[in-house]
Design a protein around this ligand. Structure first.
Ligand SMILES: [Zn+2]
Length: 208
């Protein structure tokens, strides 16, 4: 399996490209901006984009959604953020943005699977950083992987104050929906370095 992490934009969001093998279709998680940089990685492996998934609707994760001309999956509670510069916080950063009108936006819910060949991603609703924040679970052979968006970071958790949400709700999501995975499960967050569920359960000060 091909798994690439590409840092995009001023806020250095992690965009992930997933594909079964060179020459196949690709899943693009959180193409926050820098379309050309992401496209270069696709070209390197001769991949064609199949669909985009947004872990949530904040501008630093959605900025290049429409440029791949493929369907965009997002949790139904965050879907309105794609078209609303106030809700996706682009207004707050002084550059109002909404995903292009022609983008095909498809809502997902907790428990849904998004599949491409052997790649099977399970949608886990982890609200708190945003109402419709999701994590994505993937098995690659014996390897277990969680893409956690801005819910769970290495040694930290996502902000909840921007949208008037509560830390307690995010912590609840993480404890009940993510820390239940085996300790060796790899964590790929929406910003910063990777981790494992075991390391976060033992050392993350927000979860102790
Ligand atoms: Zn965010």
């Amino acid at each position: 399996m091909i798994l690439e992490c590409i840092k995009v934009g001023q806020l250095e969001a992690n965009c992930y490209v997933l594909a079964e093998s060179a020459g196949s279709g690709a899943v693009i998680i959180d193409p926050g901006s820098e379309f050309k940089k992401i496209r270069k990685v696709l070209s390197k492996h001769n991949l064609s984009p199949a669909f985009v998934i947004n872990t949530h609707g904040h501008v630093d994760h959605i900025g290049s959604d429409a440029e791949f001309k493929v369907p965009v999956y997002i949790h139904k509670l965050d879907a309105p953020m794609l078209k609303d510069p106030e809700l996706n916080f682009s207004s707050f950063f002084g550059a109002p943005f909404s995903v292009g009108q022609d983008a095909e936006i498809l809502a997902v819910n907790d428990g849904d699977y998004l599949e491409l060949g052997k790649i099977k991603l399970r949608v886990i609703h982890t609200p708190g950083h945003s109402p419709g924040g999701i994590s994505l679970y993937l098995e690659d052979g014996a390897k277990k992987i969680l893409f956690t968006g801005d819910s769970l970071f290495s040694g930290s958790i996502g902000r909840t104050d921007l949208a008037g949400l509560r830390d307690a709700d995010l912590v609840k999501s993480i404890k009940e929906k993510l820390l239940v995975f085996p300790s060796e499960t790899i964590v790929y967050p929406g910003h910063g370095p990777g981790s494992t569920i075991g390391d976060e359960a033992r050392n993350n000060p927000f979860l102790l």
